[in-house]
Design a protein. Structure first.
Length: 348
């Protein structure tokens, strides 16, 4: 889990510098919910008039549950993503049917409502009920990844999970709501998404790892799935007796200096593997397919297929330069292997 510094200076900063936004003046879960759904795809300034108009027309869960769909969509007109409005009404009806018209008070019950994801459930639970739940949106991901110099792709769900757990572990029990809002506020006004962050105004500047290392411009890492380059790899576990051939990767670049089995840069079938091995001057006795695997790096995705190749004992003297032979227990103790090879590790 990424390491976070002490974030408590955020609370006094928030008290002094927060924007005066209408949904911050209430603990009513209904109002907070409406604001968070509106804020999902729309800027704060654009949301404010919609927020007032919507709540004037539909001041509570019951009125939202009952309103005619055309009137609802009219109130939403201009905000876009109309499924958000329809989901609001479905959720309001569910609250009427299943919770007697009272907004549920636990994270799990809130998260179970239509149109409410992890972020929105955390936001309502923390802002309305003071529950120690993380509310991690894009703003917060940016702030946290800079504070901790987090180098993984924040668009991966595993990264989001890790950063969410890091936030969870730092929530002050007596100020969960303001703490969650303060992270959002810092991301919106100081640790901004476009252009350089305003570190001169940041209450956490002196504990921020990205700032200390001069990396605020590179972080967070955001790489869309499609922009990963796919590379093919055939992984060959060359075995002579109880030893396996390994080589060291170049000192720079991807996985620099780590050890790996012989790996060829395309996907080969068993016949082609036999030909490649023979072309290296080696004699394969037996070739066993080990199956396919995938490994995702930040910018690259390896699509792998693996084979175990049993070699004649006499091959030891003819091994290509750079390959060494190691027993399993030597590999375990002495040779760092990238986790990209995890699928084939059991055969080494
Ligand atoms: N964006 C999402 N939630 C917000 C909030 N509660 N205040 C300001 N901006 C937000």
């Amino acid at each position: 889990m990424p390491h976070l510094p002490d974030l408590t200076p955020l609370l006094s900063w928030y008290a002094a510098h927060k924007r005066d936004l209408p949904w911050r003046a209430t603990k009513d879960p209904y109002r907070i919910w409406i604001s968070e759904i509106m804020l999902q795809q729309t800027r704060v300034e654009a949301v404010i008039p919609y927020y007032h108009r919507f709540l004037a027309a539909l001041p509570d869960i019951g009125s939202l549950a009952r309103v005619e769909e055309t009137e609802l969509l009219k109130l939403w007109e201009g905000l876009g993503y109309y499924s958000r409005a329809r989901n609001l009404q479905r959720a309001a009806r569910q609250i009427m049917a299943e919770h007697g018209g009272t907004f549920p008070r636990s994270y799990e019950e809130i998260r179970a409502l239509p149109g409410i994801g992890d972020y929105t459930a955390g936001a309502i639970a923390a802002f309305a009920f003071g529950l120690p739940c993380p509310a991690v949106d894009g703003n917060v991901l940016r702030v946290i990844s800079r504070l901790s110099c987090y180098e993984k792709n924040i668009l991966d769900s595993s990264s989001k999970k890790e950063l969410t757990e890091a936030v969870r572990s730092t929530i002050p029990r007596d100020a969960a709501g303001d703490f969650g809002q303060s992270l959002i506020e810092l991301g919106a006004t100081v640790c901004v998404p476009n252009g350089a962050p305003h570190c001169d105004r940041c209450p956490l500047a002196n504990v921020c790892a990205a700032r200390r290392e001069g990396r605020t411009r590179e972080l967070p890492v955001r790489i869309k799935r499609g922009s990963r380059r796919k590379e093919e790899r055939t992984v060959l576990i060359l075995r002579i007796g109880d030893r396996v051939a390994l080589r060291q990767r170049p000192r720079s670049g991807l996985l620099a200096g780590l050890f790996e089995p012989l790996t060829l840069p395309r996907l080969l079938d068993a016949n082609e593997v036999g030909e490649e091995i023979s072309a290296l001057g080696l004699t394969p006795l037996h070739i066993t397919p080990l199956g396919e695997a995938k490994h995702i790096f930040t910018h690259i995705e390896w699509q792998m297929t693996g084979y175990e190749v049993i070699l004649d004992d006499a091959c030891e003297r003819r091994l290509p330069e750079g390959l060494l032979l190691a027993e399993r227990d030597e590999i375990d103790r002495l040779f760092p292997l990238p986790s990209a090879y995890r699928a084939y590790r059991a055969f080494m």
